[in-house]
Write a protein that binds this ligand. Sequence first.
Ligand code: MUC
Ligand code: MG
Length: 387
Amino acid sequence: MNTPQTLDRTDAQALPARRIVAIETAIVDVPTWRRHRLSNTEISVQSCVIVRAVLSCGAEGWGEAATLGGPRWAEESVEAIKANIDTYIAPAILGADALSFEANALKMAKAATRNASARGAVEAALLDAAGHSLGLPVTAFLGGRVREHMEVLWALASGDAEQEIEEARRKLEAREHRRFKIKLGFHPPAEDVARVARIAEALPGCEIVCDVNQAWTEATAIRFLPRLAEIGVVLIEQPLKPGHQAATARMAARSPIPFMVDEAAFTGPEIAANAAAATGSVYSLKLVKSGGLLEMKRAAAIAAAMGMELYGGCLLEGAIGTAAHLAVFASLPALEWGCEHFGPRIAKRDLTHGEIVFRDFQIHCPTGPGLGISIDHDALRDVTRKA
Ligand code: MUC
Ligand code: MG
């Protein structure tokens, strides 16, 4: 970890128990077990920013800001995230009471507009530290647990149907995953749909979700949605570009398969606008969109109030970022679609000591104080990008 933003000793000692005395950041590059392709980006190394928060009582907490192959899935890159935390977000909350979650979130939002991935990672580290300082799980700050585990989906994204079938069968045999998301949009639509048909035929009884990552037009959707319905696909994610709201609503209205809103809605008002425009009936929750755990809980409430079902989304976070998402997902009154936090399993290194368990097609929420994870400092050192 480097370039810590800190308060000097005398000030720190004079402070009441849980003041924020340091926010440290490091860029990590973690190789993945295989190439992961999306319509607009791909990775073989997952780069994130790891945040460490330190309180005046000595408690520390951890957070993770994910991207996907640079500023492509969204506008943030790890280089920008680190710079914005070090230069703007950390100085805005140093010295503040770590338990003033909402006030700290307001200070961070004022210090950096949008920058949701950066702010979300800092808030996760603060809640983790606060939990450790009080001996409480972060879910205690989020209304408590409603569920101990949830269905977890795996994403197939090499583009080679035979490889994806073999990979899915391994996950099935290991009783880790039985619901699969197929990433589309990097092959011509007809080829993509044929690939989905091949995979669905080879995995009878498995639920198939398709994520197009904005790659289709209305005309393409008109042509290929009926075939995806025939194949038995259960959910279509972000088929059209976020700005094409009317076209998406027309497609959602004629589709027998529900649409899921992903990149089209980051903030509460964007969720409400998409729901009102009927662009989808399921919403994908992500920290890189909400910019905070409390804000993600609010996003869930807004989507649910508008009649949308909820899906626990990810950006291939490792165990630290996954633990932050699970704390919110465990506390939601409803989470109809479970989650897709397979990130810790596609990464070749785990930066924690494996507190997140995948068993019987479920991901089990860690139970310890804070986010319930502990850092493997050797692994962290090995993957930390050298200055
Ligand atoms: C996305 O668009 O949902 C999540 C899983 C995956 O394969 O890609 C990410 C982002
Ligand atoms: Mg998506």
